[in-house]
Design a protein around this ligand. Structure first.
Ligand code: PA5
Length: 475
């Protein structure tokens, strides 16, 4: 029996949300009042109902349940990949990269790539999520292509950045292996749409599919995230079990019993007050890239021009990434004394996977020796609590999510909870949470400038824009 099948394990791993420091009991008039939550109860009920009624359109919600065979196939493929490579490189961007990065950082050794082979659970792991030529060159300085499996991931199968990376990698592989590059390239994409599926078929690549109706930023719990995680030895069944457990918790329609709904409700009330910044601040290096993943989820889902009826919305809350304690020495000054324009979500960990004691030295220098006898664990957690206190005292809104431990189960819970929180907030804002029309303009302009067929009109539009005035350029 896996540990996540044991109800007492599941209960012991349940995430805790403490939103005291969002409320007026703690913050006085800057805090959110109970009656403010009660005052929108109809809207909250309606949003909760919509999430139940529209569940069928949110296919990401079924991922914890409907992938038994796929998970088996992924685990088999991962075992086989591990045997034949020393480097595993993801080519992807946005939702096709941020989840794999976040989960790898959370669940594997924090110096994973630097571990000797015998101590690592899989190949060295890299994600190319940019088209910076220096990064591409640097990657090929450290990997050996003949010992590498590249995993190209793109839901749409046509994202220019990912396709450019693929063209470069494919060219290198073809020059090494002629027509037979399939041992070194594996695809994750839509089963029928886009160009990657055509290329995958042409090259005879092993391919896993992004299920229909699962958008990029909601795709970490499908093969997009599961394959890279499994290759690096992460227990993907436990990850999905954690997500399923959180789904059960999120079935509660009462916002006061549902952490995802409560997080969404508090953010929504804050947004209505013009609080348009949301800082995600984990106090654990392992959770550092959860903030990057969350930033895309929150920004791309909620940053919308119009409501569903087409009326003006300009909705959204700008996500900011911070890390405790590191950013106490960089951003916390702003968070305590700056404008009242933000919520801070602290992510804490109850039990770390290591314990490091601070030894006794320099006994006579009391300003240093007071640290002795404590542990880094204690120091980190104390600093988190002290910062929570300072932020609360300064009248700024904050909430704390605590993970009993960082493991595949709790990470599954956390990702799923943030996804439901985002969907619920989108309902409250009455926007389309799952589209991203705002990124199209830049994409189309790039296509036009690079001469993609079918973009003549856009090219003409770009060429007709007013010339830049030299007086505004300093060089
Ligand atoms: O959330 C989304 O849909 C986007 O941000 C995508 O993840 C991103 O644009 C990459 O798309 P694709 O996976 O199609 O290459």
């Amino acid at each position: 029996m896996a540990r996540y099948d044991d109800p007492s394990f599941r209960e012991s791993m349940r995430l805790r949300l403490d939103y005291n420091n969002m409320m007026s009991d703690m913050l006085g008039e800057r805090g959110i009042r109970e009656d403010e939550i009660d005052g929108i109860s109809d809207q909250l009920d309606q949003a909760a109902r919509a999430l139940v009624d529209n569940r069928g359109n949110m296919r990401w919600r079924e991922l914890p349940y409907n992938q038994e065979q796929i998970v088996e196939d992924i685990i088999k493929a991962a075992e086989e990949i591990r045997k034949r490579c020393e480097y595993f490189v993801v080519l992807g961007i946005g939702g096709s990269a941020l989840g794999p990065i976040a989960v790898q950082q959370a669940l594997n050794h924090l110096r994973y790539n630097e571990l000797p082979n015998r101590k690592r659970k899989g190949p060295r792991f890299y994600v190319l999520d940019n088209v910076d030529p220096e990064t591409m060159t640097a990657l090929f300085d450290v990997i050996e292509p003949d010992k590498t499996v590249f995993n190209v991931i793109t839901k749409s199968g046509g994202t220019s950045e990912t396709m450019s990376q693929l063209l470069i990698v494919s060219d290198i592989l073809h020059s090494m292996y002629g027509d037979k590059i399939s041992d070194h390239l594996i695809a994750v994409t839509d089963e029928s749409k886009g160009n990657l599926i055509k290329i995958a078929r042409l090259e005879g690549l092993c391919t896993f599919y992004v299920p229909d109706g699962v958008g990029g930023r909601f795709s970490e719990l499908c093969p997009v995230g599961l394959l890279p995680a499994a290759v690096c030895g992460i227990d993907i069944r436990e990850l999905l079990a954690g997500a399923a457990y959180m789904d059960g918790i999120c079935a509660e329609e009462d916002v006061r019993k549902n952490p995802a709904y409560m997080l969404g409700t508090l953010s929504y009330i804050a947004m209505r007050r013009g609080i348009n910044i949301h800082v995600m601040m984990p106090y654990a290096d392992s959770l550092k890239y959860i903030s990057d993943w969350f930033a895309q989820l929150w920004a791309e889902s909620l940053g919308k021009l119009v409501h569903r009826d087409g009326s003006d919305a300009h909705a959204g809350q700008t996500p900011v990434k911070a890390l405790g304690v590191t950013d106490q020495h960089s951003q916390v000054q702003l968070y305590t004394e700056g404008p009242f324009d933000k919520i801070i979500t602290f992510l804490g960990v109850e039990k770390f996977r290591s314990k490091v004691a601070i030894p006794l030295r320099y006994e006579d220098i009391h300003d240093v020796s007071f640290l002795s006898g404590h542990s880094l664990n204690e120091l980190l957690q104390t600093e988190q609590h002290a910062t929570e206190y300072a932020v609360m005292k300064s009248g700024h809104l904050s909430e704390t999510i605590t993970l009993p431990e960082v493991n595949a189960f709790t990470i599954g819970e956390l990702l799923y909870m943030f996804e439901v929180m985002t969907a619920f907030t989108g309902e409250l804002l009455d926007i389309d949470t799952f589209n991203q029309p705002g990124v199209e303009e830049g994409k189309n302009a790039t296509y036009a400038m690079l001469g993609k067929p079918g973009y003549d009109e856009k090219r003409a539009e770009l060429e007709s824009q007013p010339a830049k005035n030299e007086k505004y350029i300093l060089a």
